[in-house]
Design a binder for this molecule. Sequence first.
Ligand code: AMP
Ligand code: ZN
Length: 484
Amino acid sequence: MRIYNTMTREIDPVETTHPDVARIYACGPTVYRDAHVGNMRTFLVTDLIARTLRYEGLRTIVVQNITDVGHMADDTGLGDGNESLPGSQDKMLAESEKTGKSALDIARHFESAFHQDLSRLNIYPADHYPKASESIDSMITLIQKLIDSGNAYIGTDNSVYFSAESFPSYGALSGNKLDSLRPGHKFDAEENESAKKFHADWALWKSAGENRTQLTWETPWGRGFPGWHTECSAMSLDLLGESIDIHTGGIDLRFPHHEDERAQSNSATSGDGKSGNHEVVRHWVHAEHLLFETRKMSKSSGNVVLVQDVIDRGYDPLALRLAFMQHKYRSQMNLTWEVIESSQELLDRWRHKVNIWSQSDSQAMDQSVVDEISGYFSQDLNTPMAVNALRTLEKSSDISDGAKFEIFAHLDSLFGLDLAREVGKDLNPTTQIPTEVSELLEQRNAARSAKDWALSDELRDQIAGYGFTVVDTSDGAHLEPTKS
Ligand code: AMP
Ligand code: ZN
């Protein structure tokens, strides 16, 4: 597989440290609210990468963190859909204040909703879902290591800061080099500028003020809580070791979250501590943002859409998955209800056809077609081309129905659309007609024989009430489910 690497700005081959295993770390949700469909599009990218690598024969180990402490409300201007929160507050605590529930109760509630949404979108569960609040010991160990190596120091406010200047290649990932970061450009509103030595330093650990009554821990530097970037270094190093093959997240995380994580992880694992010359992450993958009806999803503009909203409108959540796959993960996508509707129609049609094809004699798959379509996944996740190739295959007159069935069923391990869901479903709807409706049809036939047109029409209307249309043909009347 080849995929765009934010670090090299090239589409690089995925080269794994271990020949048979790909180690993948995905930044997960901040669980103070439901994940919206934009978040889900980013989580889907990790699933598509993992499916492609497994299809190519690798084993995958996927870790996705649950952020339940330390993520401050947005003040970067990039937005995360909840700008109503004050910038200087931990998102979990802000929600706790608003609802009167404990931060951890809120976290467990939205964590479970997140798992449900993943499963609705056929996103395979990760192997590990570490929680920030349960990884404090690892974070303390990491921070101590960075202090010992001279990469971090205790500020005048007893918070621990990472020294950006101690990491010479700072900025290589995002392009935000230290000399271009202006003093006073704050990425964390709560940070105390005067307590740190250099304006681009950031807090690994924050000293807790008296007002903070939840989510604090005792440490060698006093009571406090972790800075957001600390958790991803600590948890990824803990669970995946010092060589991580692929790290994923949304484009907004490139800076400062991933830039800072890279500095922390590389510094903690390079032999001399100072130079940070060991590259922990080999491949950085960032997914572009989703817009809804041309606007950024935000609570204040009332256009945050959840997977549940899609279901409530009668759509299969996998229509959403198909809609996402019809756009390149590296381009912004504008989702609309019309886009979901047309994806639903395509999905319904494919499932119906797969059912019809399944009733033909099975035929061997045409390997060149399979390789072409799976090859699109391997080429920087070109899922739009893969979807188009399935459309072409569907219409092809050169490939038998039996082979089409085999190819669709086989490639569903990549697409994840449950394409064979309707196999075995009765193709003849007349056998599913309720007895009341059959009786009404018989009465209508009798009325027509007696030329009682008024009664016949009335019975036809009664039948329509059950969702069936009477179709009169030269062979007599039969029933079809009414098309909506
Ligand atoms: P959060 O729960 O805010 O920490 O975000 C979880 C993931 O969703 C991160 O990888 C974000 O970069 C990503 N994300 C946030 N907003 C969007 C969006 N509108 N479209 C796509 N991904 C997003
Ligand atoms: Zn992260």
